[in-house]
Design a protein around this ligand. Structure first.
Ligand code: IPE
Ligand code: IPE
Ligand code: MG
Length: 252
């Protein structure tokens, strides 16, 4: 059986889906002799600015990595402070996001989060579900491998129940079953804080993403830095396995 050659998404100047690993909060705080939690608080401000910037640029989907499945391994005090911060942020920001027509969605293992936070998440998702502006995905207690395993399990369950046959499992059906089902693949990944790794973020959706690594620590990441990341994206030639000559001969 020959493998079908995937088609190339239409070339676009702006990315449809931007994903961000917001790293460097702890180091930002350390440099100022402040507790790590202060860095996380400062990071919320940078996240708010980025959401506004991406909404203005008419980006369809923005996915922010707020807490990874691996972050549970941090000291209890830091994890507790982060969870409290998430509840506060939800309380404070939900109105504004709704007013700005943002549709909020959370991805990650909700079963591992506290009931107060899950309640806020459910409420915010319900409230903003019909909004038509930026789709803001917040990854919390999220791991790319966990997501893939969950999708595989859900599909196995559907096969067992007779609503799916193994022959109908393809890349499109699989992607639909992942937490971000319905969102296009990531076009641009931004990681701040100087590390050049994926840290178990959106493993499936990053397959052909352009990767922008910045040494800036997350709380310092401004709209100018975001604009630089978009310019970097605009300058890439997305070849999807073809040659540059092929693309120039057939730009669409
Ligand atoms: C990212 O910043 C935020 C979370 C992982 C919650 P860090 O807390 O990882 O900051 P550094 O990498 O220690 O500076
Ligand atoms: C990745 O940052 C997770 C988030 C930004 C939420 P980390 O700082 O936890 O990543 P590693 O463990 O250093 O790769
Ligand atoms: Mg880090």
């Amino acid at each position: 059986m020959s493998t079908p050659i995937p088609s190339i998404p239409a070339p676009r100047n702006v990315p449809r889906h931007v994903a961000v690993i917001m790293d460097g909060n702890g180091r930002w705080a350390n440099l100022r002799a402040m507790p790590r939690q202060a860095g996380h608080k400062a990071g919320v401000k940078a996240a708010r600015q980025l959401v506004e910037y991406m909404a203005e640029r008419s980006i369809e989907c923005l996915t922010l990595f707020a807490f990874s499945s691996e972050n549970w391994a941090r000291p209890r005090e830091e994890v507790g402070a982060l969870m409290t911060l998430f509840v506060e942020v939800m309380k404070r920001e939900a109105d504004n996001l709704h007013k700005n027509n943002v549709r909020l969605r959370f991805i990650g293992n909700r079963d591992s989060l506290g009931s107060r936070l899950v309640k806020r998440i459910d409420e915010a998702e319900q409230r903003t579900r019909d909004n038509t502006g930026l789709q803001l995905n917040v990854a919390m207690a999220y791991g790319g491998r966990w997501d893939i395993v969950e999708a595989a399990r859900a599909m196995a369950e559907q096969v067992r129940n007779g609503v799916l046959t193994p022959e109908r499992i393809d890349e499109t059906a699989f992607a639909e079953t992942l937490e971000l089902g319905g969102c296009p693949d990531v076009d641009l990944l931004i990681r701040t804080g100087g590390e050049k790794r994926i840290s178990n973020f959106l493993l499936w959706h990053l397959a052909y993403a352009e990767l922008f690594f910045s040494d800036v620590l997350w709380p310092e990441f401004s709209s100018e830095h975001a604009a630089e990341a978009i310019r970097f994206f605009e300058a890439r030639q997305r070849r999807y396995g073809r040659t540059g000559d092929q693309l120039e001969a057939q730009p669409c």
